[in-house]
Design a binder for this molecule. Structure first.
Ligand code: ADP
Ligand code: SF4
Ligand code: MG
Length: 400
């Protein structure tokens, strides 16, 4: 506050107060802030970081490394074919995943989980970014170059009903990829398939049966067995239990865990349900509107969830300890469209902790403790000096 010498103290104070009142009435500290220019600056900074990271060698200690991955779907084009509006389904996502570990990806429907999984497998062509699989940069691989890698990267879908061909027997479905990819000599195919079926909890007489004869849980076991026949290293499980009854969900998750122990698979496990992800994951990534808003190992995410969105997701998970009182945090409003995400922090339109800065400046995605990243203005945006403690939404929810 600057006070002119000719004015009395009271006059100056009154003027300052008036000025502050006017600023607040006009929109506060950011009243004359140019949001569009800020968004451009943020994008330029992100692009510059992605460019700088291009030359970094891949991490030799991980199976999968994703850097600044983007998948934009064009939704409006000009007459000449120029893209006018894109839907940013995956927008600058980076993470690393070690062999034999499970990364759980959570977030509400439409936040880009499936697109992320499919883009990693190159079932969608990435718009930008790098994907290192065992140190090979596959993001720009042509389909012919991807072919030999296809067996090493498999996907299990949510819907076990539509993902199995109805006119083939279970034996036929499971034998086909084994024959196509010449996994074992032709005379050993049946024995090999029966062994995989046994590992997946499928009886040998199922070999001659058809998918429609089975329940959802059994069909998902067939889908898992089919993915495993080609001995993949990475399996993307896209909501593999969401269509199943709760008791069956636990069985399928236990099967996936068991197969991981015996066969050393690496999973990306996608789910909208944090309680499901909790049981299987080593690392957890929380997505909102195409962005990773928090990422870390299970312990840090569960014991010290930093991002208000993660905390809101947690509040919906029943706590088995009756002494721990959790208030359900109900987020207001609908999820905005990824074709036109809110400026600043994409979550600000629904965040109970939102401050004025949140609607103008996007928070930086920073590492707050080793391997634990978050993007939120509640935490230091510059230098981080030691681990930070979560700002809790629970206190606010308790007052409601
Ligand atoms: N092929 C596509 N073309 C255009 N938009 C798409 C396509 N696939 C997904 N989307 C959009 O991308 C966003 C993320 O979708 P998705 O990855 O399926 O989310 P999630 O799996 O988290 O529910 C959604 O807004 C969805 O409508
Ligand atoms: S940056 Fe602001 S709006 Fe975004 S999550 Fe943090 S407090 Fe909420
Ligand atoms: Mg999905």
């Amino acid at each position: 506050m600057s006070i002119k010498k000719t004015e009395s103290y009271e006059e100056a104070l009154e003027k300052e107060e008036l000025k502050e009142e006017r600023e607040q009435a006009a929109g506060g500290e950011f009243a004359s802030f140019d949001d569009a220019l800020e968004a451009e600056k943020e994008q330029a900074a992100r692009d510059a970081q992605a460019k700088a990271d291009l030359d970094l060698p891949p991490d030799p200690d991980v199976l999968l490394e994703v850097r600044h991955l983007k998948k934009y779907f064009p939704i409006k084009k000009s007459m000449s074919g120029k893209v006018l509006v894109s839907l940013r389904a995956v927008d600058d996502v980076s993470f690393k995943l070690k062999a034999g570990e499970t990364l759980g990806i959570v977030g509400e429907s439409g936040c880009g989980k499936t697109t992320l999984g499919r883009t990693i497998l190159k079932l969608h062509e990435p718009t930008d970014g790098q994907i290192f699989f065992e140190g090979q940069e596959i993001a720009k691989y042509k389909p012919s170059k991807m072919r030999p890698l296809r067996t090493q990267m498999q996907i299990i879908f949510q819907d076990p009903y539509s993902s199995l061909p109805p006119r083939s027997t279970v034996g036929g479905i499971l034998s086909e990829p084994v024959k196509v990819h010449k996994i074992v000599p032709p005379n050993e195919v049946k024995d090999y398939v029966l062994k995989i079926m046994e590992q997946c909890g499928l009886r040998d007489y199922y070999y001659e049966r058809y998918p429609h004869e089975f329940s959802g849980g059994q069909r998902q076991r067939i889908c898992i067995a089919r993915a495993l026949t080609v001995q993949p290293k990475l399996v993307i499980c896209d909501e593999p239990v969401s269509a199943l009854d709760v008791s069956i969900q636990a069985q399928i998750i236990n099967l996936l865990k068991q197969l991981q122990t015996t066969m050393g698979f690496t999973y990306v496990f996608i789910s909208h349900d944090l309680s499901v992800v909790k049981h299987i994951s080593d690392q957890i990534g929380v997505m909102y509107l195409g962005s990773m808003v928090e990422f870390g190992d299970k312990k840090s995410i569960f014991e010290n969830p930093l991002h208000p969105y993660t905390q809101a997701l947690f509040s919906a998970v029943p706590n088995p300890n009756p002494d721990v009182k959790m208030n359900r945090i109900v987020l207001k409003g609908d999820i905005p469209s990824p074709a036109n995400p809110p400026k600043g922090c994409k979550f600000h339109t629904r965040c109970p902790m939102a401050k004025e800065i949140c609607s103008h400046i996007a928070p930086v995605y920073k590492e707050y403790e080793p391997g634990h990243f978050a993007a939120c203005h509640c935490y230091p945006q510059g230098e981080v000096n030691g681990p930070v403690k979560a700002v809790s939404l629970q206190d606010e929810a308790g007052e409601n």
